[in-house]
Design a binder for this molecule. Sequence first.
Ligand code: NDP
Length: 596
Amino acid sequence: MTGNEIPTFSPEELERRYEQERIKRLTTGVRQYRSLRDLDKDFDADPFVEPGFTRAPVVEETDVVIVGTGWAGMTTAAYLTKQGVSSYRMIDKAGDFGGTWYWNRYPGCMCDVESYVYLPLLEEVGYMPKHKYAHAHEIFEYAQMLGRKFDMYPHALFQTDCTGMEWNEDTKRWLVTTTRGDELSARFVVICGGVLHKAKLPAIPGIEDFQGHSFHTSRWDYRYTGGGPEEPMDKLRDKVVGIIGTGATAVQAVPKLAQDAEHVYVFQRTPSSVSPRNQRDTDPAWFAEMTSKPGWHEERMANFVEMTTGANPPMDLVQDGWTEMFAVDVKKDPEDEQEAAELKLLDFELMEKVRQRITDIVEDQETAEKLKPWYGVSCKRPCFHDEYLPAFNRDNVTLVDTDGRGVDRITDKGIVVGDTEYELDFIVYATGFDAPTTFYTHRLGFDPIGEGGISMSDAWRHGPYTLHGVFTHGFPNLCMNGHIQAGQHINIAYASTKAAEHTAWVIKRALDENVIVQPEVAAEEDWYQVIASTLGPYATYFIGCTPGYLNGELQMPDASGGRPGAFMDSAVKFRDILAGWRAEGTMPGLVRTPID
Ligand code: NDP
């Protein structure tokens, strides 16, 4: 089968097969993971900075403290600047701007969302990405560029972890403390702690016994592997490498490891769906033409969101694997029996294409069978890559499929699956990050203390309560940009940017009016109802999926307290809701208390 031909299949058989594979994975849950800091070995150390950094504590008053300098924090700072708010501080444990793109420098790391829609504030920065899909180092450099463009560097405190923040009823300010002894007294705090930022390791017995080298993909140490993100890893030539995990990260890293290492064992629990990436260089003439019209960036980003959320705009501007895969009319009513059946069939067809591609590319058909994903299109994040599947045709790459069980044990010499011990020099953990279905303050690593000394973990013990995912009752002048009860999209940067714009707008008005803001409980409840109304089809879909971070490993109710995690309708609608709210001019649902 080639091109757009649709394969023949039996939906009943596929349904049975999906269920068999799902059941295999039901045993593990979220407790199967440990954080990088839980172990004796310091898996969390930052390999990108010189050790031994010190500085004097900063004790000061400022208007805004932004915690986190990834896209959410950076776009918040940019919009504050656009609003004319210049008194702000930024804190991050990293050594520079970029968030995800500071930490993820593993070989092959790229963004598979098109660069022209992914990079925030591209129109303002006036930069032309080199390729349709940007490499990680280019994105990191872009983050630095954005930092310079909006003059953020003088505001940033890097290599600094936020340890806490507490609302002071008397001063009507937050006191933010850090690992560097800083005491920042701020009118507003904006928590931009990240979405998939807290790396996790598998809780596999023996993980600390391994005598070789090991690290998580988000702490890639080129001092050990040699080379760099774009240079061959020359120190791996005589090394046998094991990589645990086959998600979007591993799909990008495996081909590079295969090129450079003596041998690579890929330990798989659930295969990824991998469709073509079709990378290409940016044609400067085409880019100049596209960007000549003011507003091109928002138009292209919104078009991408709409193409991939069932809005079916008249034109597909991005035209890639995402828009092809999600151009299906997901707005069909899953409650309607006939439409639900049509949706299911479409889903089967799309995944049959993914499986057929594996048969076509992977020469050894036994390996090809093991690489086939048996679940629906949206159950796990789809991947797009042109070198991952061919890597399995190399003599120095072995797929170790664990049949849904996962790796059994780690020993001093290597990894055990079933009766076989694989002796290794180096283990790469491509085991992902804590998802938004885990508890917010746990992911943040600190617990804000609001009015009446109530901690956020206490206030949210039954789940999150927010207005637009930005404000929460009991925590005056505290804003969040973390995709909890907020807009979401595969282009994570898009929804973050919209929340950042909104936050900066409110902060500017509150500073001008000299008021404290916090939402009414009733407004939070109204927003919850809006979110709940977007959830129906997704809840049914995800319950039928194989476990993974998108469905909280099927541990329901999930660790977020069982309340819906996000506004699941289009992020363009989220943008419009926020813009409409601002246009009203009265900040409905947000109480404004004058400061005496
Ligand atoms: P994932 O959570 O997607 O993958 C973790 C992998 O580790 C899974 O394959 C998981 O298997 C496997 N695993 C976990 N425990 C074990 C075990 N005990 N034995 C064997 N395997 C195990 O993390 P990633 O870092 O790959 O990706 C995270 C997210 O980051 C992506 O979904 C995406 O949102 C983002 N990302 C985006 C990219 C982009 O191009 N825009 C690129 C890379 C990442 P199982 O599936 O069975 O749980």
